[in-house]
Design a protein around this ligand. Structure first.
Ligand SMILES: NC(=[NH2+])NCCC[C@H](N)C(=O)O
Length: 204
């Protein structure tokens, strides 16, 4: 379709990519549990913004550049590892109730989710290595093809983010009755982020 090699497989690949546990999902979940539905949606748009940057960077040939200069790729990896670990440590050290739920700043969730996406190894690999495979070299229609792919990614990510936000919000409502669970989950999320950072740092 319009130069996309196999549109059905492309959609399936994006859905799998979205559902894999990782920093992206963690960003959606923590933003929703802290900032409610507005926080979750802001994070969703942050992820979409980060996606678009990565995708168009891949289109512009950054993927080729990173292959040609592995040191640049490793620098991005280390940056991502450090950022995730730093976020994780902040979550671990957060005092209970330090961030009042009333003080919602959607801009904060947007920015944080965008940065997480830009440095998310899964997102980087998806756009730099995987995404180009779906461009049909013979039937390629230039910007139109990339536009269709970019819009598909954005729409699917929005629907996924909306679903994740509503689900998390619903579960969070029930959890508010028991703040200890929320605190434990925040620590667990912090440990996961540090783990993602370490994993990223030691992956070749
Ligand atoms: N649209 C995105 N960039 N999503 C990131 C998803 C990658 C992976 N599922 C994660 O949670 O980290």
């Amino acid at each position: 379709m319009l130069g996309v090699a196999d549109y059905g497989a492309f959609v399936a690949a994006i859905l799998i990519f979205l559902a894999i546990p990782g920093p992206g999902n963690l960003a959606l979940i923590t933003s929703t549990s802290k900032g409610g539905i507005r926080g979750g949606l802001a994070a969703t748009f942050g992820v979409i913004a980060g996606d678009q940057v990565l995708m168009w960077a891949a289109v512009a040939g950054v993927a080729t550049l990173l292959v040609a200069y592995p040191a640049a790729f490793h620098a991005v990896q280390w940056l991502g590892a450090a950022y995730l670990a730093w976020l994780g440590i902040k979550m671990l050290l957060a005092k209970p109730g330090a961030q009042p739920i009333l003080n919602i700043q959607p801009r904060h969730y947007f920015k944080q989710a965008a940065v997480i996406t830009l440095l998310n190894p899964k997102a980087i690999v998806f756009y730099m290595a995987f995404f180009p495979l779906f461009v049909d070299p013979a039937r390629h229609q230039g910007l139109l093809t990339f536009g269709v792919m970019a819009a598909t990614v954005a729409v699917l990510t929005f629907l996924y983010g909306l679903g994740a936000t509503l689900l998390t919000h619903f579960l969070a409502e029930r959890m508010r009755a028991n703040p200890v669970i929320g605190r434990v989950l925040e620590k667990a999320a912090g440990v996961c982020l540090i783990g993602f950072g370490v994993k990223l740092a030691v992956s070749k």
